[in-house]
Design a protein around this ligand. Structure first.
Ligand SMILES: NC(=O)c1ccc[n+]([C@@H]2O[C@H](COP(=O)([O-])OP(=O)(O)OC[C@H]3O[C@@H](n4cnc5c(N)ncnc54)[C@H](O)[C@@H]3O)[C@@H](O)[C@H]2O)c1
Length: 437
């Protein structure tokens, strides 16, 4: 891809479309509003708090990212969403129980105005949920056209100059890429014939891309990660990215594992278990949805540790991930990791991590950054898979034939170098020989 010659300014409103008005999306919207009102800090958001070094270490140039690249201002964000339940964003946030009542009260008038549009839903993909706020149509193609209409109506009603969609819906059952996912034409035919491999999230992705709206996938299901939609994204000049927000336990894994590998410490086993009691946890009780999540969580270590390259260190690694639905904890997940490592001469050691984490508190700033960066990418003329946003995902999407980069520190370097590249600044390699000339 060529370097953007210019980036269009972030003028006017940016409309944010959220399939799924659950814990993550309501925590995101409530947080944006609290920050806009000056009542909270956007902690965890690179676009709001991060700085970027430019030039040499001696140049002392480290502007905030939002001053370096033209990002939409939080005051210009407008929101809409779809859900299978009729609760408005305030009721849904209260039900999710992530934010305390005092914080929610401060944004109640704002959240109460966000009422979910009817969802394109199929119980075959989320077996443990059912709700009344669902579109009707002859086939999946009709549902997708209705989603396009929703997008057009929101564009008009919000007077947004640009839109971005971020899937915050439940994890759908595991589906493998099939022939019907291979080209835009076959995909449309499959929607028309109600093919069972066309998931609802794919309908949202199709409707967004064909409406020229960038699309991020926060869940591990395929959604936009199929050739048909990638071809469309390319043809419609739409940036896309996914899959599965990197929060909690996997975030810790991609922080720790690169450290062990950098020091050439071996690993015999990594056992991860979680308890969580939110709706996401309930959905993951279904083996189909869990399999989608499991695939996403397991692949991380394989790619970071490269056991084929280092068979003595990682060739026999036993990696297990468990998620247990445990309602008393709500959204406050607890994730345990038992890591069996070995050092010099093969002597064993153990590391235990007990992360009392807040899932949606970690996910909300990711939604914000993805929305702002996808909008930036679109204005910069970038299209198709945005691998530089791998930083935010458990299963980063890549071009066919490329393995994903999971190491958080490489991902962070890649993201920042992409911003430098977009603005024509020198890339930073950290070589630094010039300081010793
Ligand atoms: N919370 C995290 O830290 C985290 C991390 C990584 C990924 N995720 C993923 O993000 C997604 C959202 O997580 P959450 O905690 O907000 O879950 P949630 O259950 O609170 O919210 C998901 C919402 O999506 C709705 N929904 C399901 N199918 C839909 C459809 N077809 N159209 C419209 N709405 C639909 C559900 O009714 C629900 O309200 C999940 O897929 C989850 O796996 C979350």
């Amino acid at each position: 891809m060529e370097k953007p010659s210019k980036i269009a300014p972030a003028k006017g409103k940016l409309g944010v479309l959220l399939p799924g008005l659950g814990a993550v999306s309501t925590t995101f919207m409530a947080g944006v509003e609290l920050v806009r009102k000056g009542k909270a800090q956007p902690v965890g958001s690179l676009t709001q708090m991060g700085a970027i070094r430019l030039g040499k270490r001696t140049d002392a140039r480290s502007p905030l990212i939002k001053q370096f690249v033209p990002l939409a201002d939080l005051k210009d964000l407008a929101f809409a969403g779809w859900d299978i339940f009729k609760d408005n964003a305030y009721q849904s946030a209260a039900n999710a129980g992530v934010l305390n009542p005092q914080d929610l009260e401060k944004v109640k008038p704002f959240l109460s105005t966000i009422k979910p549009m009817k969802a394109a839903f199929d119980r075959d993909f989320v077996k443990l949920l059912d709700g009344p706020n669902i579109k009707k149509g002859k086939n999946k193609y009709e549902l997708a056209l209705q989603l396009k209409e929703d997008i057009a109506n929101f564009r008009k009603a919000s007077r947004a100059s640009r839109l971005v969609t971020c899937w915050c819906g439940s994890t759908e059952s595991f589906v493998k890429p099939e022939e019907v996912h291979s080209t835009p034409e076959k995909f449309v035919e499959a929607m028309k014939s109600n093919h069972p491999a066309i998931a609802p999230s794919m309908l949202y992705a199709w409707a967004s891309i064909t409406s020229e709206v960038p699309y991020a996938n926060g869940a591990p299901n395929l959604s936009v990660d199929i050739p048909a939609l990638q071809t469309l994204a390319h043809d419609h000049n739409v940036p896309i990215c996914g899959k599965d927000f990197k929060t909690g336990q996997t975030l810790m894994k991609t922080i720790l594992a690169p450290g062990f590998k950098a020091r050439m410490l071996g690993l015999d086993g990594w056992f991860s278990t979680n308890i969580l009691g939110n709706r996401d946890g309930e959905v993951l009780e279904d083996p189909g949805s869990f399999k989608t999540k499991e695939e996403s969580k397991l692949s991380v270590l394989e790619y970071i540790l490269q056991p084929k390259l280092y068979p003595q260190l990682y060739g026999k690694l036993f990696h297990k991930v468990r998620i247990n639905y445990y309602p008393p904890r709500g959204d406050n997940k607890e994730g345990w990791d038992n890591i069996d490592i070995f050092g010099w001469l093969g002597y064993p050691m153990q590391i235990k991590v007990d992360f009392l984490c807040r899932d949606s508190i970690l996910a909300a700033p990711i939604v914000l950054d993805l929305v702002l960066f996808l909008d930036l990418a679109k204005r910069a003329g970038m299209r198709g898979i945005q691998e530089w946003l791998s930083f935010y995902f458990k299963s980063p999407m890549t071009a066919p034939g490329l393995y994903p980069e999971h190491d958080l520190f490489i991902q962070s370097m890649k993201l920042k170098n992409t911003l430098r590249w977009m603005k024509g600044e020198e890339l930073i390699t950290h070589l630094g020989q010039e300081y010793y000339d």
